[in-house]
Design a protein around this ligand. Structure first.
Ligand code: NAP
Length: 295
């Protein structure tokens, strides 16, 4: 068996087009200009690229995109003051503080202040609590994107066994809760899990969010399973070039899975698309409008 390749790039492009339509409809019907502000502190090279790409994607979708770039010497109090101002600004519907922040700033202090209504990364404790409690709220972008890809393969997930490898706040935990909400039987695996290959082999849906290149071998995969590879591991090759590898040994897994996300081109493009989606959902809620149905 050779798996269907889940084309996250194409799915994300479709979602971004739908976001664009929704943004345009909010403007024409309600005079609402949806605004996203991204805050970057310091000079981290990878963060700079992420922020730039988010700005480009936001503008392409018709959002009012604002980037606040602050020097690495910015104090925690200064950053909190800026976040407080954005919380109060009615033209800003989504706020994203790019992490990591410099070590003298407590990430949790930033998240504790950030308004959950504008928390488009879904990272605040209140957003996590809403997800866990089943209340409406903004959900972390990457797991939300994974769920969309899974449901595109198989709309009805009830009763399926799902194994999520990884339990981070950003990916693993919200992924498992989202699958639980779909009535999957969910198992979280992590670095202390015993006999992970045997556990993974029970999964109808296997999500790998670990950060270890090609850790999940093809032999671990239940034939026909949906395999979602969140891993983004950049390796430097002997010739000095770099290569992006997932957490799943793709060439092996593709022979057993029913459907699988490649790296790159699988989960990665969904993250920014879901950030844009979250910003539109946030704007709708803040203006007491029904969320656009096409999203
Ligand atoms: P993280 O915070 O480092 O969490 C990694 C998780 O993997 C932890 O729960 C850890 O277990 C578990 N783990 C580590 N070694 C393991 C092992 N040998 N066996 C089983 N579990 C193990 O990472 P993350 O932020 O969730 O990210 C995971 C991966 O996804 C990374 O490659 C990251 O770059 C990628 N990512 C991609 C996107 C995207 O847009 N595509 C977005 C976010 C992250 P413990 O809890 O026991 O330590």
């Amino acid at each position: 068996m050779t798996a269907r390749i889940i084309d996250g790039k194409a799915f994300a492009a479709g979602l971004r087009a739908r976001v664009k339509d929704a943004v345009s409809a909010l403007k024409s019907r309600h005079g609402l200009a949806v605004g996203l502000t991204v805050v970057l502190v310091g000079e981290d090279a990878a963060s700079k690229i992420y922020v730039k790409n988010k700005g480009i994607a936001a503008r392409e979708a018709g959002l009012v995109s604002n980037e606040i770039r602050l020097p690495g010497s910015t104090s925690e109090a200064e950053l909190l003051g800026i976040v407080d101002g954005l919380n109060r600004d009615p033209n800003v519907h989504g706020i994203l503080v790019q992490f990591p922040v410099p070590p003298h700033i407590r990430q949790q202090a930033v998240l504790d202040l950030l308004s959950p209504e504008k928390d488009v990364d879904g990272l605040t404790t209140r957003s996590a609590g809403r997800l866990l409690s089943g209340y409406q709220g903004l959900v972390s972008c990457t797991p939300q994107g994974c769920l969309m890809l899974i449901k595109d393969q198989r709309p009805q997930l009830e009763g399926l066994n799902a194994v999520v490898i990884g339990r981070s706040q950003l990916v693993g935990k919200p992924m498992g809760i989202l699958l639980l909400q779909q009535n999957c039987t969910v198992t979280f695996a992590h670095s202390k899990t015993k006999d992970l290959p045997a556990l993974a082999a029970t999964a109808d849906i296997l999500v790998a969010a670990v950060g270890r290149p090609e850790m999940v071998r093809g032999s671990w995969i239940k034939p026909g399973a949906i395999v979602i590879d969140v891993g983004m591991n950049r390796l430097t090759l002997a010739n000095g070039q770099s290569k992006l590898l997932g957490d799943v040994a793709y060439s092996e897994a593709v022979e057993r899975a029913g459907a699988i996300t490649p790296v790159p081109g699988g989960v990665g493009p969904m993250t920014i698309a879901c950030l844009l989606r979250n910003t539109v959902l946030a704007a709708s809620v803040q203006h007491a409008l029904s969320p656009p149905t096409e999203l």
